[in-house]
Design a protein around this ligand. Structure first.
Ligand code: GLV
Length: 310
């Protein structure tokens, strides 16, 4: 019996993934849903946001690979098969995310939005540059992607602080952990970068009260999940100027509806959830490895805990 791997994503190229995986997985038929010969042969799914009911036909599934880092849209669903679930854990994905975070932080640290506004008015607007060590950058969430970004920010000389649920240690980053330290952490972040996974614990974590703790005129960057933040409260804080600027890659509803008031705010930079993606050239190997590990009866790597949510 041949094994089948079914690929599902509305954002990623099937052909690119298939061409990288196929040479490493001889004997595995790699296809999309419409080309499945026998659903009983489907042992592996490589997917990003498959629709509800997607797994129902695959009675012999052995592994579900999330085609991305965040598994919130998987663990929240009620049709999740009881098989190991792995996520992509890829240094290139970390680097891509860090480049977005660096771009957003540097843009604020160098006052670029103020110069963009001045230029639109043909106005020479001198602002004396600040040294990076004088800017407190708080990275909320020190998982694989958050830790990578925090270290890159530290390399730029910022005063980097990191918050995580459990204790972490990173060179040149002041790490604090636990809910008891969260409010103080927010209150001492001139630029706050949200890099938390979306879980039951983090949903709505940045509510109106917590956002109000940010120093007046702080900048806010969210590259994790929109639902970690109360979007209405964030919009209000950006409208009043309590939060001066925001760079948002993620939203509570995606695509962000055209009527959403965030679109009209000139202190907000909106990007369409593309800060980082799973990169086939570097991630295909680990996916193939995991499938081979299963074949040898070994435990898979990068398995997530559906209860914990990451
Ligand atoms: C993207 O948002 C991801 O979780 O990979």
């Amino acid at each position: 019996m041949t094994s089948t791997l079914v690929f599902y994503s509305q954002f990623d190229s099937f052909e690119e993934w298939r061409d990288l995986l196929a040479p490493q997985l001889p004997g595995v038929h790699i296809c999309q849903e419409q080309d499945i010969d026998d659903p009983d042969n489907v042992h592996y799914v490589l997917g990003w946001k498959p629709p509800q009911g997607f797994f129902a036909r695959f009675r012999n599934l052995k592994l579900l690979v999330n085609l991305g880092a965040g598994v919130d849209q998987l663990v929240g669903r009620d049709d999740l098969p009881k098989v190991p679930i792995t996520r992509v854990s890829d240094p290139d994905m970390g680097r891509m995310m860090a480049s977005y975070v660096l771009f957003a932080v540097l843009r604020y640290a160098r006052d670029i939005p103020a110069f963009e506004r001045a230029q639109r008015e043909r106005r020479w607007h001198y602002l004396h540059p600040r040294v990076p060590a004088s800017i407190r950058v708080g990275v909320l969430g020190l998982g694989e992607l958050g830790a990578y970004a925090a270290l890159e920010l530290a390399r730029q000389g910022f005063d980097v602080r990191g918050w995580s649920r459990s204790a972490k240690q990173l060179d040149n980053v002041t790490c604090v952990n636990g809910m008891d330290n969260l409010n103080g952490f927010i209150a001492s972040s001139d630029i706050l970068v949200v890099m938390l996974p979306l879980t039951l614990q983090t949903r709505g974590l940045l509510n109106a009260e917590r956002l109000a703790l940010l120093p007046e005129g702080a900048c806010f960057i969210n590259v994790s999940r929109g639902a970690v933040v109360d979007q209405a409260a964030l919009t209000a804080a950006l409208t009043s100027g309590q939060i001066a600027e925001a760079t948002l890659d993620v939203f509570d509803r995606e695509p962000l509806p055209p009527v959403d008031p965030l679109w009209a705010l000139d202190n907000v930079l909106i990007t369409p959830h593309m800060a980082s993606i799973a990169i086939p050239a570097s991630a295909a190997q680990q996916i193939a490895d995991n499938i081979q590990r299963l074949g040898r009866g070994e435990p898979v790597l990068h398995e997530i805990d559906p209860q914990r949510g990451y």
